[in-house]
Design a protein around this ligand. Structure first.
Ligand SMILES: *[C@@H]1O[C@H](CO)[C@@H](O)[C@H](O)[C@H]1NC(C)=O
Ligand SMILES: *[C@@H]1O[C@H](CO)[C@@H](O)[C@H](O)[C@H]1NC(C)=O
Ligand SMILES: *[C@@H]1O[C@H](CO)[C@@H](O)[C@H](O)[C@H]1NC(C)=O
Length: 579
């Protein structure tokens, strides 16, 4: 279509275009050359460039009908079973909110962590707390006027920890929907244990986030560069674009049906797409009143104080005097976490026996003869980086890939190890991904032979938080199908899935990447891969239990534990170690 358009242009038009483009290129050259002159010119010109750039982009930004969550309904129609599963999953992440009469939230009536309190409930039989028991803390949320809240929906985090022992576990929060919450903790170690409760967002703030997710899937936008010869154009892209405003290029994936669109460039055809990149974040998403619900240090991730004492002492079991750190009888614990820290090491509670790969020789020994394929967002790229920096024998090959984007590859020819990383397909907010490197994980999995020497590591969550959850469910469904095909044709293939983690939040980050979005995705992820022969590394609990600050890319100490999990799964202990 673009080609015909070009041919129909009179040669004068083409000449004029050529001249003006040359002029523009010349101007940009000058700007580029000038950039090396002095810093002030650079920043001034840079600001000018970005302003021009962003204004160009804004002009072309689509106007959505914000009442429709049409992103979710694009692509292949799900089967009846898929629809059933989707309904079940969406039900399982239903989140209570303020009653409708509070539709216009006011700060005064919203949850205030400073006025709120928690209380550790006394042990029922007055015999002291023992390992294997469950500890309960009741949280009463109050508003900024000090009045108790009467409805639920606040997003709370709870952890029980002991700095002395390097011990910590994430608690389960139960919303009683009346302003009162129970934080439940299994008691997994002998010794001191301290309760910590954090209000991440008020229920009023969560209601705003929920509304944004369903109605503003355009609040992160993407762009692509199209180029042919001298001509180049950049247009806006997204999973769904209103088609009544400009013609579209349809990049819907042929195998999975995953939708992706860009506005068609004026002069060029759709097959001249060169790359894909994050376009930007829409601003002014909140009213002034709503903005008050997202204040760092006021109502984003602020700790709630105890009304009495916030710590207890956990005793050994009454029947036999087991010592500190000895294994816990976990049958009695109702809400089992996936693990806990002890002496700063993660101890998973399901299946995997943790080994420690603290020396690079142990890692190369484990990965000998293995091909490790990592696919996903930057949180699994962090694992790739961890391995190549902690094992000098695994050397990265320079593929001339853009920094932080990949694809990346590293080898250790002595031990016959191949390590690869590739980012997942759109939506991905990486700086610039070459169009030919945009691959969907499920298609990549279909291209693997697999087998006992193949390890697949996946992480896909952070770039989906601005979309309705249906979009994420559909993506995971495609990945799960491809994983099942892989495990069927190549039994013994090892599959590890890294879940979502908590991150540092301020107002801006909250609107696009709040932990509330991540929690919802994380719940869906864990449910969809439950019962499959895969290891889920619970990055959520590992980051929420840990004492180090939340970060999108968790601190080294946490990554070390994640890598130990990965390697313990790949190289399980041969025989049980003697007690
Ligand atoms: C969106 O919904 C609101 C209330 O439900 C309605 O008043 C408004 O007209 C709708 N807008 C569009 C563009 O459909
Ligand atoms: C884009 O292409 C897919 C697959 O060919 C098709 O199902 C879909 O309807 C197309 N979208 C539009 C808006 O034409
Ligand atoms: C690694 O762990 C082993 C066993 O726990 C210990 O003996 C060794 O000193 C550790 N090495 C390093 C470098 O920390």
């Amino acid at each position: 279509m673009g080609d015909t358009m070009c041919r129909n242009l009179s040669k004068y038009a083409l000449l004029f275009l050529f001249l003006s483009l040359s002029g523009l290129i010349f101007l940009l050259r000058i700007i580029h050359t000038m950039e090396s002159w002095n810093c002030q010119t650079i920043s001034a010109l840079y600001q000018l460039q970005t302003r021009i750039h962003s204004s160009l982009i804004t002009v072309n930004l689509p106007t959505y009908n914000h009442n429709l969550t049409f992103c979710a309904h694009l692509g292949q129609k799900p089967s009846p079973e898929d629809e059933l599963e989707e309904r079940y999953l969406l039900d399982s992440i239903q989140w209570p909110g303020p009653p409708p009469r509070f539709a216009t939230p006011s700060l005064r009536q919203s949850s205030d962590p400073v006025h709120s309190v928690f209380t550790i409930l006394p042990d029922k039989e007055r015999r002291g707390w023992h390992i294997g028991d469950q500890l309960e803390a009741l949280v009463q949320i109050h508003d900024f006027q000090g009045r108790p809240k009467r409805y639920g929906g606040d997003f709370l985090l709870a952890r029980l920890h002991s700095p002395e022992l390097g011990a910590a576990v994430a608690g389960t929060v139960v919303d009683h929907r009346n302003g009162i919450y129970s934080a439940l903790f299994p008691l997994l170690w002998v010794g001191p244990a301290q309760v910590e409760i954090t209000l991440v967002h008020s229920s009023e703030a969560v209601a705003v986030l929920k509304h944004l997710r369903e109605h503003r899937p355009d609040r992160v936008f993407f762009k692509s560069l199209f180029r042919l010869g001298f001509l180049s154009e950049t247009t806006v892209c997204n999973m769904c674009l209103p088609s009544n405003q400009h013609p579209l290029c349809n990049y819907t994936d042929l195998y999975t049906g995953e939708p992706w669109y860009c506005y068609k460039p004026k002069m060029l055809s759709c097959d001249t797409r060169i790359n894909h990149a994050k376009g930007g974040y829409l601003k002014h998403l909140l009213t002034n009143k709503e903005a008050l619900l997202f204040q760092s240090g006021v109502n984003i991730k602020v700790q709630i104080h105890a009304s009495g004492k916030d710590r207890i002492n956990v005793l050994p079991p009454e029947d036999n005097a087991e010592r500190e750190g000895s294994s816990v009888k976990t049958e009695s614990i109702q809400l089992m976490p996936s693990g806990y820290y002890f002496k700063d090491s993660w101890r998973p509670l399901g299946g995997t026996v943790m080994r420690h790969f603290n020396e690079s020789a142990a890692i190369t020994q484990c990965l000998r003869n293995k091909v490790i394929n990592m696919y996903g967002d930057s949180t699994v790229r962090q694992w790739f980086e961890y391995l190549i920096t902690s094992v000098p024998e695994i050397k990265e090959i320079n593929l001339h890939s853009p920094k932080n984007v990949g694809p990346f590859m590293a080898v250790d020819t002595t031990h016959n190890i191949l390590l690869k990383y590739r980012c997942h397909g759109p939506p991905i907010r990486f700086s610039t991904v070459v169009a030919s490197e945009l691959r969907y994980i499920s298609n990549e999995l279909d291209g693997l032979s697999g087998g006992p020497n193949t390890v697949v590591v996946l992480s896909i969550w952070a770039h989906f938080s601005t979309f309705p959850v249906e979009v994420y469910i559909r993506r995971l469904r495609h990945i799960r199908r491809a994983l099942l095909r892989l495990l069927d044709r190549a039994p013994g293939t090892l599959v590890v899935i890294r879940s979502a983690n908590l991150q540092a939040l301020d107002q801006e980050v909250s609107l696009y990447n709040s932990d509330w979005y991540s929690l919802q995705l994380d719940t869906v992820l864990k449910a969809m891969f439950r019962g499959l022969d895969v290891l889920v590394v619970d990055a959520w609990e590992m980051s929420s239990a840990h004492h180090l600050p939340h970060a999108l890319h968790p601190p080294q100490a946490i990554v070390e534990n994640m890598i130990d999990m990965l390697l313990s799964y790949v190289c399980p202990e041969k025989k049980r170690s003697q007690k």
